[in-house]
Structures are given as structure tokens and as C-alpha cells.
Write a protein that binds this ligand. Structure first.
Ligand code: ADP
Ligand code: ASP
Ligand code: MG
Length: 417
């Protein structure tokens, strides 16, 4: 089977949905599994609903209405007859969210988040499945929550591979075109869970792994994996071929074109990954596979904005060694910080991280009793793989370097932005 993943950018409006259908018509639909994200920025919009629920209950209605209006506008373009059953199905989904919010008793943000935010994907897949049927592209809409089983660490779950494998393998060998949601799973009580922001690529990889798929294609608004994010770098080059290892490194350092968790399941079964343009589907894009030397060999740049640089030193000149470091790491983990870079000397320890869930004040509070703590927010982390002098000069450009770390293939700079 082939797994196709279409992200939010590819289905941000009615034209995006029509384009998706054209891509399928051009590439065929036999034995294809379509994984789709929420449309456009709808995950952010659903996050706003959850925030309103916790901070300003009166604003929930308006926040949900704007999500509904966005989807209704797309429906009106795609299904001119208002008697089409998709209208009632869409309404039923909104009634479900409203019902959940009205009856929910849980005060837990992460739990409520997962129950609500996942509707972005349920709405997009409903619309896409119905539209494809209307266009004569027969398909079955699957609720991925029945197949991907996870723990209950809401917003950042781990997959229960054994249960997931058992559930998905029933679909192996089918010739049908399936349409399903990215990003979602369910826990053992069948509550919805989410795999972390941008997790739909990972969904595609999980399905591919469990079905021993022949390939995964993620369709993007860029020609493939480039040597830098075109939003931040002027001149970029398409990487025609890269190894799983290179792709994992790029994703790990923050190249947001592929979710970092995606590569490992694919690499374990050597399932080829293609990253292609949904605008020019016949272009070759990037191929990711085993042992493929990077081609062309060129420096690759990754920028992570809005990171935190924290420097800890001991209060009494004692060494910062294994036991302190393990304690510091435990705290970084407990407050769900995503560590980018560490550096230590005898009496100090510097760490650059992503304050993903906004828990920096709690972390600082915790550390201040034991260490002298200095921190700087809003710093940028530049990573260059396969660096050379020119590449380094091009990013330093007189910037204020706060920390440098250099390995054989990779150099990183924390820069005050
Ligand atoms: P999706 O719609 O699948 O969620 P994303 O917007 O998350 O798509 O990912 C595509 C974007 O990733 C591109 O528009 C580009 O700005 C960004 N990007 C970051 N790093 C790279 C890279 N190395 N190559 C290509 N695109 C990149
Ligand atoms: N819709 C989710 C998000 O925006 C998952 C994804 O798009 O991959 O984070
Ligand atoms: Mg995305």
C-alpha cells in the first residue's frame, strides 16, 4: 500500500480540496491510504476554543462559530446543493464538540485539549471523503482513533505499538482508497488523544509501519526537502536524495518540513519516503531512503526562533557533575522543555531549549533555590549541517553569538535576535 499525507496547507480552502482530488486522479487511487490534517490553521483555531473554555467561557461560542463558518464556506463552494448529507454530518460534529464542552467535568487542560482540538481533523476528513465520492473517487472514511492506540499522556502521547499493529493489520491487503485523520489516536478508555502538534506525518509513518507499506508520500507547498526553510532563507536548493539518518538529523534540529518522529518507523522497515509538491505533483521532489548520500552535497541551514538560553552555575563553586546534571534534566523533562543544545564546564551548565508549553516560570522557580540562574528568552538557534566557512559567515553576519557548539558535521550558534 501507499500512504499519502496531505497537511493543513494543502487543504486550506476549497481549491486545495479540488487540487487534492486532481493529485489523486493523476497518481491513481489503488491501494492508497490518505492521511489528512486539519484544514489551514484550524488546529490553532480549535486551540483558541480550548483556551476560551478555560479562560473566558463567554468567548467559546464565538470561537466555535468562527471555526464552523470557515468550514461552511468551503462546503458551499464544494457542494452547491445545501441538501447534500455532508451539511448534516458537519453539524453533527459541531454538536458533539458543544455537547462535550457543556458536559465536561474534567479540569485538566491537556485532556480537554485532546477531546476538542482533534475535531479539526474529523471535519477535514469528512469534507474530503465526501468531496472525493462526489467526484467519482470512491473511498472509505476511517476513524483513525479506532486503530492508533496510545497512552493517556494527553497532547504528547506514546503509541501502543502492539495494540495499534493488531488493529491496523486488519486493513492490510485491501485495494480500497481510505481517507483518515492525521494527529489523532485514542487511549484505553477510547478518549481521543493527540500525537503532538504537526503529528500527522507521524500518523502516516505509523500506518506505513503497521501495514508494511511500499512507500509514504508527504505532499507539501514546497518542492521537497530544501537545504533551508524558504520562509527564512533567500536562496534554497532542493535536496534530491537524502538518507533516513540525514532526514532524522534535519528534523531533530528543527527543519519543520518533516515531523521528527516520522523517520524512525520508516527507517526500521526501510520504507521509502517521498516529499513532493502538491502544486507540481509530477516533479520528483525529495527521496529519503537507506544509505542515500545527500545529493547535492550542500550546507543545510535550520533556524529555530524564540528559544530560551539558560545558564546555571553552582552557588558555592561546587562542580556541576552527574548528579546535578541528571536532576536538571529531570526538571527539564518534567516541565516538558524540548532541549536543543547543552554545554557544560566545571561549575556551569548552559542549555538552550524550546519552552513548548509555557512552563518556564515554574522551571526557573524550581531551579533558583539551588543554582545561580541566568536566562534569556527569544534567542535564535542556527544549526548548519555540512558547514563550511562561507555558510557560517552567511549566518553570523555580525550577530551577537551567545553560544557556539561545533561537531564534525554540524555547527550550532545561539544568537541574540
Ligand atoms: P503541512 O501543511 O504538511 O503541515 P508545513 O507547513 O508544516 O506543512 O510544512 C511545510 C513548510 O515547511 C514549508 O512551507 C516550509 O516553510 C517549511 N520548511 C522548514 N524547513 C524546510 C526545509 N528544509 N525544506 C522545505 N520546507 C521547509
Ligand atoms: N493539525 C495538527 C497541527 O496543526 C497536526 C498536523 O497538521 O500535522 O498541528
Ligand atoms: Mg504542518
Amino acid at each position: 500500500m501507499r500512504i499519502y499525507k496531505f497537511g493543513g496547507a494543502s487543504v486550506k480552502d476549497a481549491e486545495g480540496v479540488r487540487n487534492l482530488a486532481r493529485v489523486l486522479q493523476a497518481t491513481g487511487t489503488d491501494k492508497t491510504f490518505l492521511v489528512v490534517s486539519a484544514m489551514g490553521k484550524m488546529t490553532n483555531a480549535m486551540e483558541a476554543v480550548v483556551d476560551a473554555y478555560f479562560d473566558e467561557k463567554d468567548a467559546v461560542t464565538a470561537a466555535l462559530e468562527s471555526v464552523e463558518a470557515f468550514h461552511l464556506e468551503i462546503l458551499r463552494e464544494l457542494f452547491p446543493s445545501e441538501s447534500h448529507p455532508v451539511y448534516l454530518k458537519l453539524k453533527a460534529l459541531f454538536n458533539e464538540v458543544r455537547g462535550f464542552l457543556a458536559w465536561n467535568k474534567s479540569p485538566k487542560y491537556a485532556f480537554v485539549y485532546d477531546q476538542v482540538v482533534g475535531y479539526g481533523e474529523l471535519l477535514s476528513t469528512l469534507i474530503i471523503s465526501e468531496y472525493l465520492n462526489q467526484e467519482g473517487i470512491a473511498n472509505s472514511l476511517l476513524d483513525i482513533r479506532r486503530y492508533i492506540k496510545t497512552d493517556a499522556n494527553y497532547r504528547d502521547v506514546s503509541v501502543d505499538w502492539k495494540k495499534t499493529q493488531e488493529a491496523i493489520s486488519g486493513l492490510a491487503g485491501s485495494r480500497e482508497l481510505y481517507v483518515t485523520q492525521g494527529f489523532l489516536g485514542s487511549d484505553e478508555n477510547n478518549f481521543t488523544t493527540t500525537l503532538g502538534r504537526e503529528g500527522s506525518d507521524y500518523t502516516a509513518a505509523i500506518i506505513a509501519y503497521c501495514l508494511n507499506a511500499e512507500s509514504v508520500t508527504i505532499w507539501k507547498d514546497v518542492p521537497g526537502v530544501l537545504n533551508a526553510d524558504p520562509r527564512y532563507f533567500k536562496e534554497t536548493r532542493l535536496l534530491n536524495r537524502i538518507s533516513y539518518r540525514e532526514a532524522i538529523e534535519l528534523a531533530f534540529y528543527g527543519a519543520t518540513v518533516i515531523h521528527p518522529k516520522t523517520l524512525q518507523p520508516l527507517q526500521r522497515k526501510e520504507i521509502p519516503l517521498h516529499v513532493k509538491s502538491f502544486i507540481k505533483p509530477s516533479d520528483p521532489g525529495t527521496q529519503v531512503g537507506k544509505g542515500m548520500a545527500i545529493e547535492p552535497r550542500t550546507p543545510c541551514f535550520i533556524l529555530k526562533k524564540d528559544q530560551v538560553l539558560m545558564k546555571l552555575s553552582s552557588l558555592d563553586f561546587s562542580f556541576i557533575v552527574e548528579d546535578n546534571i541528571s536532576e536538571i534534566f529531570k526538571l527539564l523533562h518534567d516541565y516538558k522543555m524540548k532541549v536543543d543544545l547543552i554545554q557544560n564546564s566545571a561549575i556551569s551548565f548552559s542549555v538552550c531549549f524550546d519552552n513548548r508549553f509555557g512552563r518556564l516560570p515554574e522551571l526557573l522557580q524550581h531551579l533558583k533555590g539551588k543554582y545561580r540562574v541566568k536566562h534569556q528568552e527569544g534567542v535564535s538557534l542556527y544549526t548548519i549541517r555540512h558547514f563550511d566557512t562561507r555558510a557560517i559567515e552567511s549566518i553570523l553576519n555580525g550577530g551577537d553569538v551567545l553560544l557556539e557548539q561545533r561537531g564534525k558535521e554540524t555547527v550550532q550558534y545561539v544568537i541574540k535576535s
